[in-house]
Each structure stands twice: as structure tokens, then as C-alpha cells.
Design a protein around this ligand. Structure first.
Ligand SMILES: Cc1cc2nc3c(=O)[nH]c(=O)nc-3n(C[C@H](O)[C@H](O)[C@H](O)COP(=O)(O)OP(=O)(O)OC[C@H]3O[C@@H](n4cnc5c(N)ncnc54)[C@H](O)[C@@H]3O)c2cc1C
Length: 328
């Protein structure tokens, strides 16, 4: 790694890769710290849906490497290292990685999010032994089996459809009274004879010795407990933003996301946040790509004129004084 970059992007998901692509196209010396295999959450999605220009969807394992290649061709540099620390100094941000320290005049934090855990007995013990966050990875191992999917949002339903392509039967267990997923997923799930939906159902324990064998459930309304035989449990109950690095440096919102303005600027000069780590994101891949684009262009502009919101206001006020106001 070189010592100093114009722009360092932390995060190798679609937001970070797109920020890297545009920052490099703008001629900025750019490094993307991917924190592991590039692609983020999308890498393991069998068919990414809702991407503009892909009417049939795009396989994550094709789409993500193509995105990285495009950014690399534009001139972005890459490291698999993760960002482990950042500190604002006079001239530049000082960044720490396990591979060493570096400096950047602007930083785009695009660290995304992680799937939440259920936090019930048996989950930790049976992780990788039937408890999974990856339908595409584990569906082939569960051919002919019955599996449970926990959750009622987009991810839960989309991954149930993926699983239904391989396994014998899928039961969706959702604690709420209604599925919250987009209409397109709800319609396909409800029309799929291999998928059963149980709303108002809590998962209280995952059972099994060496591997998942069943889940213990509780009916929210009646309080009645039950047991559902299942060879796998796929947990999609929401995402937790990967914003720990920024906690204490700036104010996060109530859900731990990073507040930004329309240019993806945080409250700290030179620091941008893009993708699903930021507040009020759509949660969609296309939105995250848009954020990465916006952050790269805004960072380029900041490196050109050095202006950050408060400074912009101060400059406007200063330049208004000699003329005695706009109508003077
Ligand atoms: C099961 C599932 C299915 C989905 N299907 C779709 C779909 O079909 N269509 C759609 O539009 N959206 C879909 N989404 C949503 C989509 O995954 C997100 O919108 C998108 O991945 C957000 O991209 P991102 O770059 O903001 O974050 P992420 O994809 O989370 O990427 C963040 C990256 O940052 C890295 N990172 C974390 N911390 C650090 C650090 N300190 N330093 C460096 N790197 C770090 C992570 O390793 C990761 O690679 C789905 C989500 C899930 C969970």
C-alpha cells in the first residue's frame, strides 16, 4: 500500500466498489479496503433482483467480480484488509489497517451491515451445522429436506424462494402478523406450493445434537409451544449496520446508522458514508450504488474546493459582507 491516497473507501460491497470506480474515473488516487472478498452481502445472492438493466436479475457471484474488475480497470487499487481505525488530523485522515497505516484526504465509509442473529439457545452451537445465513451456499446440502426460514421481510422471502428450488419444503416463521416483504416476493412465496408461511410465530430454540433437527416455536397469540422438524434454519430477521468504527467519533442515529446529507457527507470534514451503513438508505443494491457514486463525486469536489457545509455557510456570509447584503 502507498502512504497517501486522495480517497480511501472502506468496504467492498456495491456501495464501496461503485465509490471506488467513480473516484478512480475522476482521476483521484483511490484505494478500496474490501475487508475480505469483494461483493459484500450480494456475493452470496443467487439472483440479485431489482437491478436496473438486469430484467432477469444478476447472479451475485458474476456481478460482484465484474464490479470489482470495472473499478480496477478504472485505476482503483484494492486491498483485502479492513479499516480498523481512523483519526482526523490537520491535513488528512490517518487510517489503520492490519497491513499498516495510511493517510487519505477523503474517506468513504461503505462498511454495510451484517445479518442479525436470533439470540436463542442452540443457534451458536449449531452454526454451520444447519444454522445458516446463506441459502445459496447451503441449499444444495439440504436437498430433499424440510427447512425453516425465520423472518418476514425481503431477504427471508427471497431466500425462501431460492431454497425452494432445492429442498423438499420450506416453512417461513415470522413473529409479526403479516409479511413485510415487497409485493413481488409475497406473491411468489404465497403462490409456491413448496413454501408454507406461519405468521405470529416465535422461534425459541434450535434443537439438534451434531446438526439441526428441529426448532421449538411459540405462538404469539396463544402462547402455545410447538416443535417443527427441520434440517436447516435460515435466519433473516434484519441487518445491523457495521458502524462500530465511527461510534464515538460522530453521532449515529437511533439504529446505529450514519447520518449524512444528500452528498453523503457526515458531520466530519472529508468523511463520507455510503450504502446501507448510512441513515435512511433504501436498503437496495441500486440505492447503494447510487450512494457510492454520490460520495465519490462529492469527495472529488471536496478535494477540489475544500468546502464542507459549515465552511460553505461561513464563506457565503463572509463574501456577502463587503457588498452590504444581496440587495445593497
Ligand atoms: C439475503 C439478502 C438478499 C438480498 N437481495 C437483494 C436483491 O435481490 N436486490 C437488491 O437490490 N438488494 C438485495 N439485498 C440488499 C443488498 O444486499 C444491499 O442493499 C447491498 O449489499 C448494500 O451494499 P453495501 O455496499 O452498502 O453493503 P454490504 O453489501 O454489506 O458491503 C459492505 C462491505 O464492507 C465490508 N466491511 C465491513 N467492515 C469493514 C471495514 N472495517 N473495513 C473494510 N471493509 C469492511 C464488508 O466485508 C462488506 O464486504 C439483499 C440483502 C440480503 C441480506
Amino acid at each position: 500500500l502507498a502512504d497517501t491516497y486522495d480517497i480511501v473507501v472502506a468496504g467492498g460491497g456495491i456501495a464501496g466498489l461503485t465509490a471506488g470506480l467513480h473516484a478512480a474515473r475522476l482521476g483521484r488516487r483511490t484505494l478500496v479496503l474490501t475487508g475480505g472478498a469483494p461483493g459484500g452481502l450480494l456475493l452470496s445472492i443467487e439472483t440479485i433482483e431489482g437491478l436496473p438493466g438486469f430484467p432477469e436479475g444478476a447472479p451475485g457471484y458474476d456481478f460482484c467480480p465484474a464490479l470489482q474488475e470495472q473499478a480496477a480497470q478504472a485505476g482503483a487499487e484494492f486491498s483485502f484488509a479492513e479499516l480498523t481505525g481512523l483519526e482526523q488530523r490537520e491535513e488528512a485522515w490517518q487510517l489503520a489497517t492490519p497491513e499498516g497505516k495510511l493517510a487519505a484526504r477523503a474517506v468513504v465509509v461503505a462498511t454495510g451491515a451484517q445479518l442479525k442473529e436470533l439470540g436463542v439457545p442452540g443457534e451458536e452451537r449449531l452454526r454451520g451445522k444447519g444454522v445458516s445465513h446463506c441459502a445459496t451456499c447451503d441449499a444444495p446440502l439440504l436437498r430433499g429436506r424440510h427447512v425453516a426460514v425465520v423472518g418476514g421481510g425481503d431477504s427471508a422471502l427471497q431466500e425462501s424462494l431460492t431454497l425452494a428450488g432445492s429442498v423438499e419444503r420450506v416453512t417461513i416463521l415470522h413473529r409479526g402478523p403479516e409479511l413485510s416483504a415487497q409485493a413481488t416476493y409475497r406473491e411468489r412465496v404465497l403462490g409456491n406450493p413448496k413454501i408454507e408461511v406461519r405468521t405470529g410465530t416465535l422461534v425459541e430454540e434450535i434443537l439438534g445434537d451434531g446438526a439441526v433437527a428441529a426448532v421449538r416455536t411459540r405462538d404469539v397469540a396463544s402462547g402455545e409451544t410447538g416443535q417443527l422438524d427441520a434440517g436447516g434454519v435460515f435466519v433473516y430477521i434484519g441487518l445491523r449496520p457495521s458502524s462500530e468504527l465511527l461510534a464515538g467519533r460522530l453521532e449515529l442515529d437511533a439504529t446505529g446508522h450514519v447520518p449524512v446529507d444528500a452528498w453523503m457527507r457526515t458531520e466530519l470534514p472529508g468523511l463520507f458514508a455510503a450504502g446501507i451503513v448510512r441513515s435512511d438508505s433504501s436498503g437496495q443494491a441500486a440505492g447503494a450504488a447510487g450512494d457510492g457514486t454520490a460520495a465519490a463525486f462529492a469527495a472529488h469536489r471536496y478535494l477540489t474546493d475544500g468546502v464542507w457545509p459549515e465552511q460553505a455557510l461561513a464563506r457565503a456570509a463572509a463574501s456577502a459582507l463587503p457588498n452590504g447584503g444581496s440587495d445593497g
